[in-house]
Each structure stands twice: as C-alpha cells, then as structure tokens.
Ligand binder design. Sequence first.
Ligand code: COA
Ligand code: MG
Length: 351
Amino acid sequence: MHSAKNAAAMLTRTASHTARTVLSKFYSSVAQTPRYVPRRAVMYVPGSDQRKIDKVAAVAADCVVLDCEDGVALNQKEAARNTIRATLEKKRSLFAGKDCSVRVNAVSSDLWKDDLASVLASQHLPTTLHLPKVDSTRDIDMFASEVVRLLEGRHLEEPLRVFLFCESGRSLLRLAELCEHGLGLPPPLLLDGFVFGSDDYCADIGMTRSSLARELLYARQKFVSVVRSFRLQAIDLVYIDYKNLAGLERQSVEGAEFGFTGKQVIHPCQVDIVQRAFSPSPKRVQWARGLLEAYEKHQTQGAGAFTYQGSMIDMPLVLQARNVIATSAAQSSSTHTDGDLRAPSYSSPLA
Ligand code: COA
Ligand code: MG
C-alpha cells in the first residue's frame, strides 16, 4: 500500500518535472523548450468596459488580463464574456506584443463554466488563462478537465498557458502542493505561474490592509519563496492607491528584490514604473558582468572568495549575478514586434 503510494507520488513528481519537455512533443510548431513569456506588469481590464479594452493597444504592459471576475459587476458578467469573445475574434491586433490573458471566475462560483465556454469558443484563443481563488488540487482538476473537454479536437499552435491565484490562508498553506499539482496539468495546458491575490487574502484571514503592506510581509515572502522554488513566475500584489506613484515604485522595487517576477496593475499610469522595477537596471547588469569577469580571473588564480567593488564575493553571489544576466537577456530577447505574438524560446531565468 505504502509503496504504491510512493510510486504514485514519484510519478506525479516525474510528470511535473518533465511536463515542459513532454509538451514540446505535442506541438510540432513550437520550439523544444516552451518560450519564456515575461510578465512584468500584469494589467487588468474589466471585460465589460469596451472603452478601456480599446485603450490596450496604447499601453506597453507585458501582459493584459481581460477580466471576467472581480473587476466586473455581477449584472455585467454575461456582457463581459461576450465582449471578451468579440474582442478575441475581431481585435487580436490590440494585443500585438503582449501576453493576451483572460481571467475567468473561480470554480467556487457558478460562472466559470460559462466564462470558459464563451472564451474557448473563440477562433483566436488567449495566450493565457487566469484562474482565481484556487484553494485545492480539486479546483485545478475541475478547471483542467473542463478546458480539455472544451478544446477537444482543436489543434493549438502552442500550449495554453495558465496562471493560478493564491488568495486565502488555506491556499497559502497548501501552496507547494498546488504548485506541484499545477506542473502536472494535462496538455494543452501549461502552468506558467501563480498570482498573489492580497486583498482577498486579507479579507480571508481578517487582516487590515495598510498602504505599506507590512501586514503582508510574511505571506508575500512565503508565496514568492515557494513559487520560485518551483521555477514558476510569481506575480506580486496590486497597489490600489494608483495615484501614488512614489508608493508604487517603492513597493515594486521591494517586490522585485523579494524575487517576484512581476506585479499586478490596475491602471495604465502604473505600467512604466512596474516594468522598470522588474527589469535589471543597466547599472545592475554592468555590476553582474564585472563580477562574472572577476570571478573567472580569480578562478584561474585558485581563489574561491575575492573582493569586488568592496564586497566579499563567493559562489552564491556569482549565481545571483548569473540570474541578473539571464533575466535581462530573457526580457530583451523576447521584446515583441508588432503583429508578432511569439517570443524566442527561453527557459525560466532561474532554471
Ligand atoms: N485598462 C485600460 N484603460 C484604463 C484602465 C485599465 N485598467 N484604467 C483606466 N483606463 C483609462 C480610462 O478609461 C481613461 O481613459 P478615458 O478618459 O479616455 O476613458 C484613462 O485610462 C484614465 O483613467 P482615469 O480617469 O484616471 O481612471 P478611471 O476613473 O477611468 O478608472 C479605475 C479608475 C480604478 C476604476 C480603473 O483604472 C479600473 O477599472 N482598473 C481596473 C480595476 C480592476 O480590474 N480590478 C480587478 C482586479 S484587481
Ligand atoms: Mg482576488
């Protein structure tokens, strides 16, 4: 009994670790390793608001999320999914150079199946689906089997990316299990990362939200540590006081330093600051290059530890410098051109 259980656990793990390689075999037209899609600013646009949707082309966010969930009033849900479907069908060019995402309602609602049915009936699929309020592996399974059912018989050019949301105490406690389970999603689905839904999390555990978000320090750090351990993208909280750009910058830099790969935004005025904060600065890239050169030199001289710009450097700092170079290379090599929704293949900058 025990060994059968262990074997099953091992199979799940193996499936998780090889999921990305296996996927490339399902899609003849995609590169061996699925392309890396940077998502520094993840901008929500309410699906029911045509005026805001029409603004998307002029906003330089890496990722635009057409929302069916909490940005849409209950009596506008039907209108939102119809507008999103029509947008995907007719206005694909709006998303040139961006990750075109749709956030459906949670599986705990009675709306998500209609959202999926509408969005996935479109001839042009979104690049990514976002599933909010994921509390258990069962939520992931229900979502996955519905998507697979709806896409049966369709040939996809590349995997349909997925982002899952952690927005409750229970979800945070089970996050490692959810990551592992999500990495075993069936084709054509491919888990790219998790989003931290801080406001729902605050509501769930009875936390009072403050502008400095000190109360969220533990949850954010636990979230990012777990998600990045699985080499998935980790998207930080929304800065809701959107007119306070100095506060936004402070929190964005903090999130990038914690290891988040991007941040949710709700207004176009937040995009530039966030994208800058999640890109290594030219100064940081120069620091990393110099450090790696110095490392090579000291290696040949037999020195494992040395001094660079006044600081002690050994292997962990070398690895951090390599991360900076890899992130910068991934972001610049996937700079999109008009009309081209694909970016070069790249594995996770930390892989
Ligand atoms: N996407 C696209 N365009 C947006 C936008 C968004 N998220 N937010 C604002 N704009 C546009 C507005 O339409 C406006 O253009 P217009 O004057 O030509 O109509 C311009 O940017 C300036 O907007 P502003 O007047 O400052 O804000 P607003 O009062 O129209 O909207 C919010 C403020 C917060 C309601 C709006 O930004 C919003 O709905 N954000 C998304 C909220 C959301 O999705 N929440 C759920 C996820 S957390
Ligand atoms: Mg939420």
